[in-house]
Design a protein around this ligand. Sequence first.
Ligand SMILES: Cc1ncc(C[n+]2csc(CCOP(=O)(O)OP(=O)(O)O)c2C)c(N)n1
Length: 344
Amino acid sequence: MSATANQSSKTSNTTGRLSGDRLVELYRTMVLSRYLDERVWLLNRQGKAAIAASAQGHEATQVACIEATDPSQDHYLIYYRQFTAMLALGTEPEEMLRGFLAKEADPMNAARQFPLHGAHPRVDLFNFSNVIATQLPQAAGVALADKLKGSDAVTIVFFGDGASSQGDTHEAMNFAGVHKLPVIFFCENNRYAISVPLENQMGIESVASRASGYGFPGVQVDGTDVLAVHEAMTAAVDRARAGDGPTLIEASVERLLPHTTDDDHTRYRSADDIEKMSDRDPISIMSELLKRSDLLTDSQDESIHANAKKRVNHATDTVDAEPYPGVESMFDHVLEGSANGGNS
Ligand SMILES: Cc1ncc(C[n+]2csc(CCOP(=O)(O)OP(=O)(O)O)c2C)c(N)n1
């Protein structure tokens, strides 16, 4: 298949390849992500977290994408809007808050950088940068290494619609197409690159259609639909493991909040556009799906929300009380760059 295939834009009331219990677990992670995300926004407004990008609106697509993979062997190159993917991969809320609050125990960059930027050795997340699309050529490199080693691993690289217009994206896809690499290019298309709408940064309507230029399938999927994303990802993972090469998946989502805590989207989005977004809130869509499928009652839903809030409160209290890095550690983790030294 080299043409764009619109696999699904409908919400199914069957549970497909996912068990009911598993679907409820995914919903639990989505709700936890939402509470953590809201908390970080609040901590920013309190002057405690310097900046945050939000995953609100992207929860379903991230959780379903990870669910179709095998974290014990696959590789993940994520970008800054990925609270839910990080939680799904086993990052603890405390670890993420340590990054946002720039605490000494921040596992990703020891409070030296943007929050959540860096690598997470325990969860096996590759180092990531704020420079958009740099992760795509890196992902092609990781997938090439796996192919040369004869490994079964698949590499999944996440990016936004704006990043899809960067040169790095096209070089990575071209290389991956030529060498039939086991990599999945996963685009979370929220129609905006900060304030720039899709139509002002792409001459075509779909990111997925770009794949045909590189000789592999491009698939469009409704990113608010856990089952549809899981199905598309499962097909892409099977294809990559079978040695048939890359897939580009474009999941359409809404960015429910401004680009970051520093942005105000009312300056460039119409009131109508902002109001309509709430119809595509993945948390409500998933909650309705589970209830319609008799997998969740109202009281179970309330308890999932209450537990998520409790978990986030506990994590906030714990991390808030932790120390910041001491001045004496200023040159730790900094590469030696001058005759005057510094630690390497
Ligand atoms: C190479 C580069 N150019 C510009 C920027 C500034 N910048 C940061 S995020 C962003 C928008 C990215 O949009 P998109 O890829 O659609 O992802 P989203 O934030 O919408 O999820 C831009 C232009 C950057 N970080 N790196």
